[in-house]
Design a protein around this ligand. Sequence first.
Ligand code: FO1
Length: 310
Amino acid sequence: MITAIAGGVGGSRMLRALTGVVPPERVTAVVNTGDDVVLHGLHVSPDLDTVVYTLGGAANPETGWGRAGETWEAMGELRALSAGRLAWFNLGDRDLGTHLYRTSRLGEGAGLSEVTAEIARRWGVTTRVLPMSDDRVETRVGLAGGREVGFQEYFVGLRHEVEVEQVRFDGVEAARPAPGVLEAIAGADLVVVCPSNPVVSVAPVLAVPGVGDAVADRRERVVAVSPIVAGAALRGPADRLLTELGNEASAVGVARLWAPFAGTLVVDVADAGLAAEVEAAGMRCVVAPSIMSGPAESAALARVVLATAS
Ligand code: FO1
């Protein structure tokens, strides 16, 4: 049994790789919901949707998020009506169906984990996809100059082109792990920390009371994949966020952050020269090609990750 801690696109690709080499029903994904946002009255859970669409073969292959074969009629109307003001976050027509469904079910009193299981079933996803919590946790980004914005306003609205001074997870102190999360971590043969953004994807999951400790309790069975290769994030602002918040944007910087709860770090061959420093930071270092550029490369990385368990 494998439990993976995952954010959006990087997490989804690691999960797709893992479920390609082990039966998908043996994998549980614990997914970040700090990126969730309410827009136009709709509850949008980008990372959960990215994971489910990816595992269900329905994800947009170019962006990694949203649906393949998407159309944008509703957004076009919204853009025209609001002179663009309300159309900064792109919700495709097909994707909107998911948000309408989630919002309706939450309104009926269902929990986010229950609704997520329903959406996963619609896509034939047999991997268990769990939100980190059914409770509201909101990643808030403090910008240089003092203004604080929601995560999606930073990531999409401001195209993460602004300097960040602080990140906090509003509501996390009172959040409870979603049903099944702690059991999935405690009962796993292997816990995988996906190559997701350490600051805004992995950290919120571990900040849910009980989750970080549950992972740390399994430290010798926890293998992480560095999302930083040769000093740069494969996608998104992870490298800049690490630096802006006082960490090193390198596999070594990742090791220093993750050593308290993960025993092993897989770093890319481009970072082979950093292995000794990763080990000095307290993690066993495995050097392997880690860029999931295609199905063969992804499967090879999944096998490397699985081999650390034996
Ligand atoms: N990312 C963008 O860069 N621009 C968008 O307009 C956008 C819309 C969007 C809609 C639904 C969804 O599930 C994801 C979406 N994303 C978009 C991706 C999302 O902002 C990020 O992938 C994650 O929150 C970071 O993990």
